[in-house]
Ligand binder design. Structure first.
Ligand code: ATP
Ligand code: LTN
Length: 327
C-alpha cells in the first residue's frame, strides 16, 4: 500500500491556505493510502515559543485535524516530539546535507531576513523535515506549493544517502494540488496567506466567526478594471478569489471566470463557498471541545503506531552508516 506522510506546525491559527493547500488532501488520501499525519512541534521550536501556549496550540491543532476529518481509525495522527526517532534521524540528515544547499532554501531566507535572533535549528529545519518523511518509507507527501523546495531537498538527501551507504530510504514525491496550492493574502494578494501575516484582514482562520469570514472576502483587494479573468500575474486578487472558489467547489478557476462579469457576485459566491466548507469543521471542533482527554488518547495511540514504523527505519540507517549497535 502507498504510504503518505505530512506535517503541520503548531504555530498560529490554521488558515484557509493550510486547509485548501494541504489538509483537505490529507483527508482524501487517508482512504486510499496508509497515511501518517504529524503535528511538528519540534519544527515550531526553530523560533522562540511560549511554553504554555505551545502545549495548548499543539493539542488544539490535533483537535482541528480531527475536526477537518482525519479519522484515527484509518490514519495515524501523532505529535513529532512523542517519537524520538525524528531527532535521531534528523542528525543523520544534517550530516547528509551540505551547508550550501541549506543556505539556498527560500523559507530560511524569508524567515531569517531581518530577524533579531536566528537559531541554528531554523537553518537545519529542512534536515528535520527530511527525517520526518524518510522515517516512514513515504511515497507521497501532500503539501502546498511553498514546500516544493523542501521536498526536492528531501529527495536529494535520500538519493545521496542511498548512493553512499546502499539502499536505505524510499525517495518520496510531493503531491501538490492543481487548485488551492498557493492561496494568497486577501489584502496583499502577491504574498501567500500565512500564519505569520502582518494584517489579520488578509488571513481567514479555519475557526473564525463565519460572519467575519464573509466580510473579509467581500473586502478583499482586487483591482479597478472590473474584468473577471484568471491571471495570477496581472490580476492576483481576482485570481486568488477564483482559486478559493474553485478549490471549495471542485471547479477550475480559469473556467469559473466565465461565469462572472463583476467582482461583487464573485466575492459573494466565494464567501458562501468558504463558509459552507468551514461550517461543518467548526461544528465538529466544538463537539470535540467537550472531551479533551479523547484527543490525548488518540495522540498516544498514534505515537505508538508511528514508533513501530520509525524505529526499524532508524535502525536500518544506523546500521548502514556503521554505527555500532547498542547491546
Ligand atoms: P507560516 O506561513 O507561518 O510559515 P504556514 O501557514 O505556511 O506557516 P505550515 O504549518 O508551515 O503553515 O504549513 C502547513 C501546510 O499548509 C503546508 O503543507 C503548506 O505548504 C500549506 N500551506 C501554507 N500556506 C499555504 C497557502 N497560503 N496556500 C496553500 N497551502 C499553504
Ligand atoms: N515544513 C513544513 C512542515 C513540515 C512538513 C514535514 C510537511 C515539517 N515536516 C514533513 C510535510 C512533511 C511547513 O513549513 N509547512
Amino acid at each position: 500500500m502507498t504510504r503518505v506522510f505530512s506535517g503541520i506546525q503548531p504555530t498560529g491559527e490554521v488558515h484557509l491556505g493550510n486547509l485548501l493547500g494541504a489538509l483537505r488532501n490529507w483527508v482524501r488520501d487517508q482512504h486510499t493510502a496508509d497515511s501518517l499525519y504529524c503535528v511538528v512541534d519540534l519544527h515550531a521550536l526553530t523560533v522562540p515559543q511560549d511554553p504554555v501556549e505551545l502545549r495548548s496550540t499543539t493539542r488544539q491543532l490535533a483537535q482541528l485535524l480531527l475536526a477537518v476529518g482525519i479519522d484515527p481509525a484509518v490514519a495515524t495522527l501523532f505529535v513529532q516530539s512523542h517519537v524520538d526517532e525524528h531527532t535521531g534521524l534528523a542528525w543523520i540528515m544534517e550530516c547528509t546535507a551540505a551547508v550550501g544547499e541549506l543556505r539556498r532554501m527560500t523559507q530560511f531566507k524569508d524567515k531569517s531576513d531581518g530577524a533579531s535572533f536566528v537559531s541554528g535549528g531554523l537553518f537545519t529545519y529542512p534536515a528535520l523535515m527530511a527525517a520526518d518523511i524518510l522515517l516512514y518509507d513515504t511515497d507521497h507527501v501532500p503539501v502546498g506549493d511553498d514546500q516544493r523546495q523542501h521536498l526536492e531537498l528531501t529527495r536529494d538527501l535520500a538519493i545521496r544517502f542511498n548512493n553512499r551507504y546502499g539502499d536505505t530510504f524510499i525517495v518520496p514525491e510531493a503531491t501538490i494540488p492543481p487548485v488551492g496550492a498557493r492561496i494568497m493574502d486577501l489584502q496583499q494578494p502577491t504574498r501567500k496567506m500565512s500564519k505569520s501575516a502582518d494584517s489579520p484582514q488578509g488571513t481567514i482562520g479555519v475557526l473564525e466567526d463565519l460572519g467575519a469570514v464573509a466580510k473579509k472576502i467581500k473586502r478583499a483587494v482586487t483591482d479597478t478594471d472590473n474584468e473577471v479573468r484568471f491571471d495570477t500575474d496581472a490580476k492576483p486578487g481576482v485570481s486568488n478569489l477564483l482559486s478559493i472558489l474553485g478549490a471549495c467547489t471542485d471547479r477550475d478557476p480559469a473556467s469559473l471566470a466565465d461565469d462572472y462579469t463583476q467582482y461583487g457576485p464573485l466575492k459573494a459566491d466565494a464567501a458562501d463557498a468558504v463558509c459552507a466548507v468551514l461550517e461543518p469543521i467548526q461544528a465538529r471542533y466544538a463537539e470535540l471541545d467537550a472531551d479533551p482527554g479523547a484527543v490525548d488518547d488518540i495522540l498516544s495511540g498514534g505515537a505508538a503506531k508511528a514508533r513501530a514504523v520509525a524505529g526499524p527505519t532508524l535502525a536500518r540507517a544506523r546500521e548502514a552508516l556503521g554505527l555500532l549497535p547498542a547491546r
